[in-house]
Design a protein around this ligand. Structure first.
Ligand code: TXA
Ligand code: MG
Length: 375
């Protein structure tokens, strides 16, 4: 591994670009996720819903990450999402609904596998790709014949979607290509002054995005690994379930045109991300070695440090994010994006991060880390 030189120059240039176009007043609307029915919470939800109904943009918490929403059936409103995020027009958006029966408004058909998956996993972190209805504007699906749709489980997201009474297109609420937001402050870092409002409902539950599944009559294809695992989907679907374009298999089988946003650099911190694969003592030793090399090369070192890896980096000068229990992949997922953002904010130029082996949500963690580390 050869650490790269400090990239301070390009960081500054990018910072300047992102500071431009922050010319709106972004409202901050507080909602207590544990008490979305309180008077203050209901007031915030009502205000946010009104903004969505009248064609504005609102960031809100879901159980995965914060989303940036707009009325999915209003092409001009959806256009504001692309502008605020600087998202290319070829990358389609997921449509969020507050009631399962609303799926009929946005899809043209509902195959048996879709019904099965909805029954088991909705509301929840599962996005289904289904033939779009004529009502869904082309801007939402980037001209593709299928629309991504999901019913989130987060109480604040559900309250907002129900109050808004419209389907809401919402990508993650970050600048395109950057680390996804799991707190309202993360959203503000990227989008303050560019969107109408942020509903602040605290930290998100899972910390990585929904599983994206293309649903067909003969089987299903997982385009993005997420909170719901391949094994869970296999247990419910009829026919074959295959995975494509995830961090483990991407190089052999890129997501390709079927799901455009998934094969690129994504979720990326500003710092260079140095990933350490393997397992057991060997992985710990490699982690310590990479940290030493970065420090010797004069990098401002940031560490994603699981408890089990502490002894490997004793004596290193580094900004350290205590990632959590290496055996608890749910916790690692929940804290991953927050950790990358925190190390970035502290000025790290290189972040050394071990990659969790294992199945289930670990597959989603690896997918995000590998895409974040691409150059
Ligand atoms: O958990 C999540 O899914 C979060 C929360 C906010 O719901 N949303 C999210 O959206 O992660 P986004 O835009 O950051 O990632 C969605 C990905 C896109 O990159 C795109 O490639 C894929 O899902 N996608 C969306 N609609 C699609 C479609 N019609 N066909 C193929 N792929 C689609
Ligand atoms: Mg995203």
């Amino acid at each position: 591994m050869r650490p790269a030189a400090n990239r301070g120059g390009s960081r500054d240039a990018e910072g300047c670009r992102l500071e431009k176009n922050r010319h709106m007043k972004t409202l901050r609307l507080l909602v207590d996720a544990n008490d979305p029915e309180s008077r203050a919470s209901r007031q915030s939800i009502r205000r946010a819903a009104e903004i969505l109904r009248t064609g504005g943009t609102v960031a809100f918490p879901t159980e995965t990450v914060y989303g940036l929403g707009a009325n999915a059936l209003n092409a001009a409103a959806v256009g504001k999402i692309f502008a605020a995020k600087e998202r290319p027009a070829w990358d389609p958006l997921i449509v969020h609904i507050g009631e399962a029966k609303k799926v009929r408004e946005v899809v043209a058909e509902l195959p048996e596998n879709a019904r099965r998956l909805m029954d088991v996993f909705w509301p929840g972190p599962l996005t289904l790709l289904l033939p779009k209805s004529a009502e869904v504007p082309h801007i939402v699906t980037a001209g593709l014949p299928r629309v991504g749709v999901r019913m989130p489980a987060h109480p604040v997201a559900l309250a907002l979607l129900r109050a808004a009474e419209v389907a809401v297109a919402a990508p993650s609420a970050n600048t395109f290509g950057r680390t996804s937001p799991t707190r309202a402050d993360h959203v503000a870092e990227d989008l303050d002054g560019r969107i109408d409002a942020i509903v602040d409902g605290g930290e998100t539950t899972h910390g990585v995005e929904s599983t994206v599944v293309g649903v067909g009559a003969k089987g299903c294809v997982i385009y993005r690994p997420g909170v719901i695992s391949l094994e869970q989907i296999r247990a419910v679907c009829v026919g074959e379930v295959t995975a494509r374009g995830n961090g483990d298999e991407a190089e052999e089988q890129p997501g390709g045109a079927a799901s455009p946003g998934m094969s690129l650099r994504h979720y990326a911190p500003r710092a260079r991300l140095v990933l350490i694969d393997g397992d057991g003592e060997e992985q710990k030793a490699a982690f310590g070695e990479a940290a030493r090399e970065c420090e010797e090369a004069g990098e401002a070192l940031g560490l994603m440090l699981p408890d089990a890896f502490q002894t490997a980096v004793i004596g290193r000068r580094a900004r350290v994010f205590r990632w959590g229990n290496w055996m608890d992949e749910e916790e690692l997922a929940q804290r991953m994006f927050a950790g990358l953002r925190w190390l970035d904010a502290g000025g790290a130029t290189a972040i050394v991060c071990p990659v969790p082996p294992g199945r289930g949500i670990a597959v989603a963690i690896r997918d995000r880390l590998r895409k974040a580390a691409r150059r």
